[in-house]
Design a protein around this ligand. Structure first.
Ligand SMILES: Nc1ccc2ncsc2c1
Length: 243
């Protein structure tokens, strides 16, 4: 997978060179390039923002540098048509399903907005050369898209074959099968008066699997009933409904 990131704060993306993503890059599983948007400005002050039409507070990112930058990046991988991902509080929810969708793509280009956002014509015009996707990480607002890109890139890259050592762990984690994961425990069996549930020490794999399923259901019903309601009808058996 190729990943390009456009930002006015390239240093914000430095963590992508560490640990998991760093190894994925070393293994050639991910090819990452971070580009400074100011490289496509033409004035002495390298201006990327201006006052908003219609008034209001703050500044809006100018379309010209974005247009030039997106032209240049599209040309780097042509004739492939990349997915342009624009993190924004006004986007569709970024979920584990979207992470899997992205992980199946050959090329992601991320555009990091700042200020009050990017001139709306940039996303419109980019559709000529990109499949454009505005995504939200949740109902809160950051100062820019960079932190959101760090989250999305990690969520996607870890799904790529070979990036996670034990791929099986992807199957049991939260949201993998529409539920939150069961609580996890390790040694010691007794810690500050708190015992590990006996079933996990039983060695009875069928009972353990059932316990994990029950706990996942209980936890999901408690904090994310919306996820239980969204499960396909066939996913819950009669016993599940009794949990
Ligand atoms: N450009 C921008 C600004 C704020 C924000 N908050 C969550 S994603 C995002 C993206």
């Amino acid at each position: 997978m190729r990943i390009d990131v456009l930002t006015i704060f390239p240093d914000y993306l430095a963590p992508l060179g560490l640990s998991l993503i760093g190894k994925a890059r070393e293994q050639g599983l991910v090819e990452l390039a971070v580009h400074d948007l100011r490289g496509w400005t033409t004035d002495r002050h390298r201006t990327v923002d201006d006052t908003p039409y219609g008034g209001g507070p703050g500044m809006v990112m100018r379309p010209e540098p974005w247009g030039q930058a997106l032209d240049a990046v599209a040309a780097m991988g042509a004739p492939e048509r990349p997915r342009l991902v624009l993190p924004t509080p006004a986007g569709r929810p970024f979920t584990q399903a979207v992470a899997h969708e992205y992980a199946a793509l050959p090329w992601l280009v991320f555009g990091c907005g700042r200020y009050e956002g990017i001139d709306a014509r940039v996303a419109e015009e980019a559709r000529e050369r990109y499949d454009v996707d505005e995504v939200s990480l949740g109902d809160y607002v950051l100062n820019g898209g960079e932190v959101a890109v760090l989250v999305v890139v990690e969520a996607v890259a870890r799904l790529l074959p070979g990036v996670i050592g034990n791929a099986q762990s992807l199957d049991d984690e939260s949201h993998a099968a529409g539920l939150l994961e069961a609580p996890a425990y390790t040694k010691p069996a007794l810690w500050r008066g708190h015992r590990v549930p006996d079933v996990l020490l039983s060695g009875d794999h069928a009972r353990i699997a059932r316990w994990k399923r029950d706990e996942a259901l209980r936890r999901t019903r408690s904090v994310r009933p919306d996820l239980v309601a969204a499960l396909p009808p066939g996913d819950l058996d009669r016993r599940d409904r009794e949990v």
